[in-house]
Design a protein around this ligand. Structure first.
Ligand code: CUA
Length: 227
């Protein structure tokens, strides 16, 4: 969960989020190097007194400053494509969770089991307990086992929503009439918060997502005792 004055990405709780953070840092370093170089050149340009009256063309320097940025872009594009295909790869999921966006709450279905399904509403500010987070906690959490590949099917019933969990590196739009798929692997127990991130209407800010990650043993227990 993002805490006060956190300007960075949230800690990764899945291998994919880890890769996203690595790519972010890699790209940011290239960006900083370019910014420093360009700033240096522009400041120099303002203050130098040299003039060169017969300078009309410079084929060699133009060739260099065209090819160098192109090579720089390849260093960003190749890791980016690798990450893109890595995020899309589905590797024998253990369970499938279906999440459906509504105005304005999420509902979840565990179709692998006795068709467990429930709605997940945000807890209103006046009903919060002292251990709840305002605008972030829900009445019914998603329960998922850690250290297992999990597939999520995402759709909506009315308008476009977006199922987003920053610490797991998941952000998939929920479109009416369309079934989207993604996957993740939670590598530790804990509670992971997310919010709808597609402007879906008046209560867009009030449809958070909460995942409770537990051990597979406790998960089976939860499934068995679900009434
Ligand atoms: Cu649902 Cu924004």
């Amino acid at each position: 969960m993002a805490t006060w004055s956190n300007f960075n990405l949230q800690n990764g709780a899945s291998p994919l989020m880890e890769q996203i953070i690595f790519f972010h840092d890699h790209t940011l370093i290239i960006l900083i190097m370019i910014t420093i170089l360009v700033s240096y050149l522009m400041i120099n340009l303002l203050f130098n007194k040299y003039i060169n009256r017969p300078l009309l063309e410079g084929q060699m320097i133009e060739l260099i400053w065209t090819i160098l940025p192109a090579i720089t872009l390849i260093f960003i594009a190749l890791p980016s494509l690798r990450l893109l295909y890595l995020l899309d790869e589905l590797n024998n999921p253990l369970i499938t969770l279906k999440s459906i966006g509504h105005q304005w709450y999420w509902s979840y279905e565990y179709s692998d089991f006795h068709n467990i399904e429930f709605d997940s509403y945000m807890i209103p500010s006046n009903e919060l307990n002292s251990n709840n987070f305002r605008l972030l906690d829900v009445d019914n959490r998603i329960i998922l086992p850690m250290n297992n590949q999990i597939r999520i099917m995402i759709t909506a019933t009315d308008v476009i929503h977006s199922w987003t969990i920053p610490s797991l590196g998941v952000k998939v739009d929920a479109n009416p009439g369309r079934l989207n798929q993604t996957n993740f692997f939670i590598n530790r127990p804990g509670i992971y918060y997310g919010q709808c991130s597609e402007i879906c209407g008046a209560n867009h800010s009030f449809m958070p997502i909460v995942i409770e990650s537990i051990s597979i043993k406790n998960f089976i227990n939860w499934i068995n005792n679900y009434s």
